[in-house]
Design a protein around this ligand. Sequence first.
Ligand code: UN1
Length: 512
Amino acid sequence: KNFGIKEALDTLGLKKNNPGTSTGKKWYKASGESIESYSPADGKLIGSVYTTDEKSFNKVVEQSQIAFREWRKWPAPKRGEVVRQIGEALREYKEPLGKLVSYEMGKSYQEGLGEVQEMIDICDFAVGLSRQLHGLTMHSERPNHRMYEQWHPIGTVGIISAFNFPVAVWSWNSMLAWVCGDVCIWKPSEKTPLCSVACQLIVQRVFEKNEVPEGVSGLVNGDYTVGQWLAQNENIPLVSATGSTRMGKAVASAVSGRLGRALLELGGNNAIIVTENANLDIAIRGSLFGAVGTAGQRCTTTRRLIIHESVYNEVKERLSKAYAQLNIGNPLDTQNHVGPLIDKQAVKSYEDALKKIKKEGGTFVIKGGVLSGKGYESGCYVKPAVAEVSNDLDIVQQETFAPILYLIKYKTLEEAIELQNGVKQGLSSAIITSSMYDMERFLSNEGSDCGIANVNIGTSGAEIGGAFGGEKETGGGRESGSDAWKVYMRRQTNTINFGNSLPLAQGIKFDI
Ligand code: UN1
């Protein structure tokens, strides 16, 4: 089936004007104000979503608390069965949802499908996990005693997600939280509200069929004020936030101020090191997809290439040739590699960055620029740019959410690692090398300081099976695979005495 955009919207159950506040059963128009969602692909209005006001926000939180009392009692594998069915539903809706992601966010249709695939993958992962929420057992120092730990659900989880992965990031959080026995309230980016309504509708159908309590999946829409309500609400023990470092700092201080838990997945300034003996085919392909995929709007986007001086010129030339072959245009046209930026504001920060590169002394290898003319009417299309810079330039130190790649030359691996680590962010990193020594040093405790360190692949496109996240200004949180589920639960240590006396730990005597 080849869905047109209209058909995709209809299949997903989206209307022209959609309520944006939901308990998973009831939908509210709330304030009556709405966000209009325009496609960056063609500038057309896709539809609108009513925002959440404080009263309806509180209703969603209240309903989540009621739902939690029930949901936490469901056996975890039964909750897993519900998530399994969500995975099935997502398989069914993969094409229309992938198309909507592509059209509302601007990433290529291939990447839109890939994003829905990430959702399906995390559902499968969560189903297995629902039978593996393991705790440890310990030997007690006291006779006839036993110790073990249990993982219990924590309560309502607030999820703040960004425009660049408008559906997958929510699913990494919610699918894990649900099998863990938590309930969720999602505040999506105000730049991609329709994607959130589409997901909520898919989940709602599955929940109704399984008689899941109303409130297990809440949805609220609006700008940062709604995010603030989430961060400040004492009934929300965990807030998982993905987005800019600025947003993350605001969320972190609000959540920690009330001693809640924050899971932060913030900005990246990711580099690939290309060593003297690197397979350059891999280096070029990896850097290209890493730098221009999703038009440079992934938190894992490759922003810096740190290249050994002996292969520097060759990499630069081959990269220039590869850049010349890129097709930039409507993301729904599968011939195109690069779609638009999310909006004109993003175009403005891209242009500002180009100006700063020049002013601060960078040299362009490939000049960027905003595209105009036929097919580019939305004003959101830009040319991927490449510049030679010094790592300490102010602009290089920042995460510009656009396809701008910096080239930096190095002599020794120590220097390369220092450059790679020489930024405030710590999300993803990679080395392209054939040297076992270089690889191991890059992965060692003296190597990359990032949450993700890859060898002979790029910085983006992580699989869901690993823990995803990073250090320093990236926020320290881990989502998705491995044991990332633990942050969605509370750990309880239990000591059980099955004897008839009461010996005290540490050998303390307390007799009367
Ligand atoms: C993000 O950009 O916020 O590793 C997430 C990747 C994707 C996820 C990116 N799996 O590039």
